[in-house]
Design a protein around this ligand. Structure first.
Ligand SMILES: Cc1cc2nc3c(=O)[nH]c(=O)nc-3n(C[C@H](O)[C@H](O)[C@H](O)COP(=O)(O)OP(=O)(O)OC[C@H]3O[C@@H](n4cnc5c(N)ncnc54)[C@H](O)[C@@H]3O)c2cc1C
Length: 239
């Protein structure tokens, strides 16, 4: 398989004779790829953002499913300290706060788990979306403030802080899909359904059985390979 990395797909054109995929390479040069079919595997967040346009437009039922399904944000903030200054007793530190209940609610103690002096905050929902709007400095000082409140200060300065930015990343626009209020597994099936006999769709959000998981994404690739080849099974190989 001819895999092209560092190409950003911008447009997919479905024609009577096949499909053209327009992309920009790392130098910004436009490239066009042609084939009989295309399998769209960009995350649901990217489909929602409209970063990839389709000609003709995707049918209304497909756009409605993309709009209804949810694509959530899950961001981690990892802090490494010179030493484990905290009393390691449990794998998780829970922080229940009021009035903002989701303010660094869960911090995982990696000294307890892996013997490394690292604390990782798991942040989801509105709290994670709000973090994406803040600078690294603001997030770091806020998490340290929460740690001080929970553990009792003073606490040492972290030697390294790593913050994920799935929500801001133009190639993800979120972390993984969920069935939002108002959507249903029928929307996942609609997302998985081919368009015009030429466009196929794979990726975790198109798996009604295992959305949100790597194996769900993997199995949708197999599903679409079988569909494309009209084969009851496909042989996977590393080459
Ligand atoms: C923080 C986090 C923790 C997770 N933990 C687990 C776990 O413990 N277990 C588990 O099973 N799953 C986990 N998952 C979920 C799992 O990683 C995903 O479900 C899976 O990777 C989705 O695969 P995918 O192929 O659908 O999408 P992706 O892996 O997101 O692949 C989509 C690809 O499309 C590319 N792309 C996007 N836009 C364009 C464009 N315009 N042009 C070209 N390429 C583009 C992206 O760069 C990316 O390579 C986790 C996810 C996150 C975010």
């Amino acid at each position: 398989v001819d895999v092209r990395l560092r190409h950003r797909v911008t447009r997919v054109v479905v024609e009577r004779s096949g499909v053209r995929v327009l992309a920009r390479d790392a130098a910004g040069t436009q490239r066009t790829f042609e084939g009989s079919h295309a399998i769209v595997t960009v995350p649901l967040g990217v489909l929602k953002s409209g970063a990839v346009s389709f000609s003709p437009s995707l049918p209304a039922w497909k756009r409605a499913a993309i709009g209804r399904l949810g694509f959530g944000t899950f961001e981690k903030v990892a802090m490494r300290f010179p030493e484990p200054y905290w009393a390691t007793e449990h794998a998780h530190i829970f922080h229940l706060s009021y009035p903002n209940a989701m303010d660094f609610p869960l911090i995982v103690d990696y000294f307890f788990i892996e013997k490394v002096p690292i604390l990782v905050a798991f942040n989801t929902g509105r709290h994670a979306i709000a973090l994406d709007r803040k600078s690294d400095g603001e997030i770091t000082s806020h998490m340290l403030q929460i740690l001080r409140a929970v553990q009792g200060g003073p606490i040492p300065k972290p030697t390294r802080v790593v913050i994920t930015r799935w929500g801001r990343d133009p190639f993800t626009r979120g972390s993984y899909s969920y069935i939002k209020i108002g959507s249903s597994p029928a929307d996942q099936d609609a997302l998985a359904a081919p368009v015009a006999g030429r466009l196929l769709f794979a990726g975790e959000a198109s798996s009604a059985a295992r959305f949100g998981y790597a194996d769900g994404a993997f199995s949708t690739g197999i599903r679409e390979a079988k569909r494309l080849l009209r084969a009851p099974r496909v042989q996977l190989s590393a080459s």
